[in-house]
Design a protein around this ligand. Structure first.
Ligand SMILES: Cc1ncc(COP(=O)(O)O)c(C=O)c1O
Length: 486
């Protein structure tokens, strides 16, 4: 071959396999014009001898180059640089005025039907909003390893890239069911559990699969708006019920049931959202009995079950449900990370089958590799250990927030330290809390006020302060800013 001298520097200890190093070096020579289309390359034996590598390594490099279209291999003649080279560099498209997206839809868009805007707060904002966990504590390395293991395990790993069961990977369903029966007293098994992308999807599926337009659904008058929006999408008529320090007013539900046919009630009994109140034992029994007698579904959203600090955790309503009225929702958003998008529903099998059929037409199935990775973290006890660790951390943060509030805003806000959950509900009598929240946002702190959670949208002098997202130093700084903007 004419005049080509290789410039290949093989690095045995390099991160890239040697055959790829050789292939890349040859491509580089083509790009720089040191090798031109049609040039003959050395035989694999000759190049191997020059580079002092095994001939199979050069053959593998040539195979790779052939597969990518850089070389041709002609029997008895030799190996040549392709006359038709693949795109040497990705082509850069100059923006064309005609490819600009039209600013408006060219058809009738109709009225917007969903009212939950999501705008991430500016970077660096201290978050006292809602009840978000601290993803800085998430077991990301364990998760990454488990994901790699799941995908890289022979044919079963590759099968995770295929279409799969819309109900969720059976391994995750089994692991979740085992966890729920061990820690929450649920009579769950893999067939009575559906894995969803977060409990939000579960709420939407329940609405679509079970509600007809006009169905009455009772909700907590201060509550979780994204659930209401999902129910509204299915045409449900929402009826708010009062909530007090003992949770949902079940007498009010009984009166409603006495007046009209109620299809379902949506509750957060463990830690009422947003006030954190726990549904009193008498009310729990009454609610189940009422649901059984009136044949209405109880949608139990147990979004932060793992976080209970003082005393014993309370078992879900579902643990005491013998009549099959409870549809139980849980999520890994708080205990692992919201970005994983893993939630689940536990309910009698016919309900799960209905929901699964609806899931399949929205999203086909979940991410099976992630589902298997999370299953292995449950099987190996990683999630349980993580839960114990963050429970202690969050308890410390709860106390730090409470102490900072007492010290800095003692005369302004009143609250009880919540026994569980990852947020605190505070009363600020006489304060325009919405104006205060707006000023705090400018000062780089976000918190939410009662108005956001109120079905009637009216302002009330209450605020919800999440304590899990920020560490103790950040919490003290956040409270300092709160005080400065009062
Ligand atoms: C009441 C309630 N339900 C459910 C969720 C969890 O949503 P997801 O599982 O979709 O992340 C949250 C999270 O903020 C919540 O506050």
């Amino acid at each position: 071959m004419r005049g080509w001298e290789h410039t290949i520097a093989v690095d045995d200890a390099g991160r890239e396999p040697v055959f790829l190093q050789i292939a890349r070096a040859l491509v580089e020579d083509v790009r720089r014009g040191r090798l031109r289309p049609g040039d003959l390359l050395p035989s694999s034996r000759a190049l191997a001898a020059t580079l002092r590598v095994h001939r199979n390594t050069v053959l593998a490099a040539y195979q790779e180059l052939y597969a990518e279209g850089w070389i041709t291999m002609e029997k008895a003649r030799g190996t040549f640089v392709s006359r038709e080279l693949p795109e040497p560099r990705p082509r850069h498209f100059a923006p064309s005025p005609r490819s600009v997206m039209p600013a408006r839809a060219g058809f009738e868009l109709g009225a917007a039907t969903v009212q939950v805007p999501y705008r991430p707060p500016p970077r660096g904002t201290l978050l006292l909003a809602g009840g978000l966990p601290d993803v800085r504590l998430a077991p990301a390395l364990e998760l990454a390893r488990a994901y790699r293991r799941a995908l890289a395990t022979g044919s079963s790993g590759r099968a995770l890239l295929d279409y799969g069961d819309p109900q969720g990977h059976v391994r995750l369903r089994s692991a979740l069911a085992a966890m729920l029966s061990a820690t929450r007293g649920l009579a769950a098994d893999a067939s009575s559990l559906l894995v969803t992308r977060g409990s939000q999807m579960a709420l939407y599926l329940i609405a679509r699969a079970l509600f007809q337009p006009g169905d009455v659904v009772a909700i907590e008058a201060l509550g979780y708006r994204p659930a209401w929006e999902a129910f509204r999408q299915a045409g449900a008529r929402l009826v708010p019920l009062p909530v007090d320090a003992a949770g949902l007013d079940v007498d009010a539900l009984a009166q409603l049931v006495g007046r009209e046919r109620v299809r379902a009630v949506y509750v957060t009994p463990h830690h009422h959202y947003p006030t954190t109140a726990t549904l009193a034992p008498g009310r729990r029994l009454r609610l189940l009995e009422l649901a059984r007698a009136a044949r209405l579904a109880v949608i139990e959203d147990d979004y932060d079950h793992e976080f209970h600090y003082d005393g014993r955790p309370i078992l879900p309503l579902a643990a005491a449900d013998e009549a099959g009225v409870v549809i139980y929702l849980g999520t890994l958003s708080k205990i692992l990370a919201p970005g994983l998008r893993i939630g689940y529903v536990v309910a009698p099998r016919p309900v799960i089958e209905r929901l699964t059929a609806h899931r399949a037409i929205v999203d086909r199935q979940g991410d099976q590799a992630v589902e298997c990775a999370v299953a292995s973290l449950l099987e190996d006890g990683v999630v349980q250990r993580h839960a114990r660790r963050v429970r202690r951390v969050y308890q410390g943060r709860r106390d730090a927030l409470a102490e900072a509030l007492d010290a800095q805003l003692g005369g302004v806000v009143r609250f009880d330290r919540p026994m569980g959950g990852i947020a605190l509900w505070a009363h600020a009598p006489g304060v325009d809390v919405d104006g205060w929240a707006a000023r705090c946002l400018e000062a780089g702190v976000v918190f939410h006020t009662a108005k956001r959670f109120a079905f009637d949208g009216r302002a009330r002098p209450y605020l919800r302060l999440g304590f899990a997202t920020s560490n103790e130093v950040e919490l003290r700084e956040a409270v300092r800013r709160l005080r400065s903007r009062l």
